[in-house]
Design a protein around this ligand. Structure first.
Ligand code: AMP
Ligand code: MG
Length: 311
């Protein structure tokens, strides 16, 4: 329940709570996670219940280092080894063939497991203290905005946690890039690592799974048209009106408008925090001035499109 400064004692207490099967709010560089012991079926079930997350939506398993991959992955294809070496710890999730003992609840019954090493001292300290992989989806109710500060975790969800470790604002502020490495690598969800960076590391283009032809591989579970949304309806537009509430570029026309950074990293880092704050104002709708086109803005465009999709 409490939000705790990340002292050694608090990390030890959080690790003990996780080992008892309780849930812990966990800061990472992407967004705050809702951590549970990945090997504990009751704890994992509690995660789905707390988030009201559908069971067909798999969880990302967090490990302390790439050396722990064999704990959850049965094989590590060469492309996955290259990506892990290039981007871990970091905002990149690899989908790999799973070890048979990984819980069906974690993988949504699939033969694959999604795994990453977070680039955050507190998350890594907690993983080392627990000494076992943690299943950690974002610490939000299903479909809602992910929290990027400890205080943005909804009170109703906070109540279900043994504690939350306060790591301050998340550096990246958007969820991880999810890459399916079970065949030719493809991006299931754009995120903190841009596709251009993946291409540079692998020496070949990494397509977006969404863009695959109808005859190509099926979309993975957990990819919903509406997701990551504030409660206030959100509309994307080329311009924002003088009386609108929302996000703009340039000078805001009123106090319910927020001027957003013009580089994608800073924009991504503040997007959810700004939407959380505007959501509390009770506006009729939020208008978001569309960001520039281009691959560097792909993850942001994906989140805004999903937030704007009709519920
Ligand atoms: P979240 O933990 O809320 O950031 O979201 C986790 C997302 O990772 C899911 O919604 C899926 O899109 C993706 N994911 C997790 N596990 C798998 C898997 N085994 N195969 C494909 N995608 C996965
Ligand atoms: Mg999520």
């Amino acid at each position: 329940m409490p939000i705790l400064p990340p002292t050694d004692d608090a990390i030890a207490a959080a690790a003990a709570a996780l080992r008892r099967g309780e849930l812990v709010g966990l800061p990472t560089e992407t967004v705050y996670g809702l951590a549970a012991l990945a090997s504990d079926p009751a704890a994992v079930a509690r995660t789905f219940a707390a988030k009201r997350r559908p069971s067909e939506n798999p969880l990302i398993v967090h490990i302390a280092s790439a050396g722990d991959l064999p704990l959850v992955a049965r094989t590590i294809p060469p492309a996955a080894q290259v990506l892990a070496a290039a981007f871990w710890p970091g905002p990149l999730t690899l989908v790999l063939p799973r070890q048979p003992h990984v819980l069906d609840a974690v993988t949504a019954g699939m033969d694959t497991v999604a795994v990453r090493v977070p680039d955050h001292n507190i998350a890594l300290a907690l993983l080392r203290a627990v000494g076992a992989p943690l299943a950690a989806p974002s610490a939000n109710t299903f479909m809602r905005l992910s929290p990027t500060t400890a205080h943005d975790i909804e009170p109703g969800l906070q109540q279900k946690l043994a504690c939350t470790l306060d790591g301050g604002p998340c550096r990246i502020g958007l969820e991880s890039t999810v890459v399916d490495c079970t065949g030719a690598p493809r991006v299931l969800r754009p995120g903190g690592v841009p596709r251009e960076a993946l291409a540079r590391a692998l020496g070949c283009e990494v397509p977006l799974a969404d863009a695959a032809p109808a005859s190509g591989p099926r979309a993975a579970p957990g990819m919903y048209a509406r997701h990551y949304a504030p409660r206030t309806p959100l509309r994307l537009a080329t311009t924002i009106g003088p009386d609108d509430a929302g996000l703009c570029f340039g000078v805001p026309a009123n106090s319910w408008q927020v001027a957003m950074p013009t580089d994608p990293e800073s924009y991504g880092a503040s997007l959810y925090r700004v939407l959380h704050a505007l959501d509390a104002l009770g506006a009729r709708e939020l208008v978001v001035q569309a960001p520039p086109a281009g691959v560097a803005w792909e993850a942001i465009a994906d989140r805004l499109r999903k937030a704007a999709a009709a519920g």
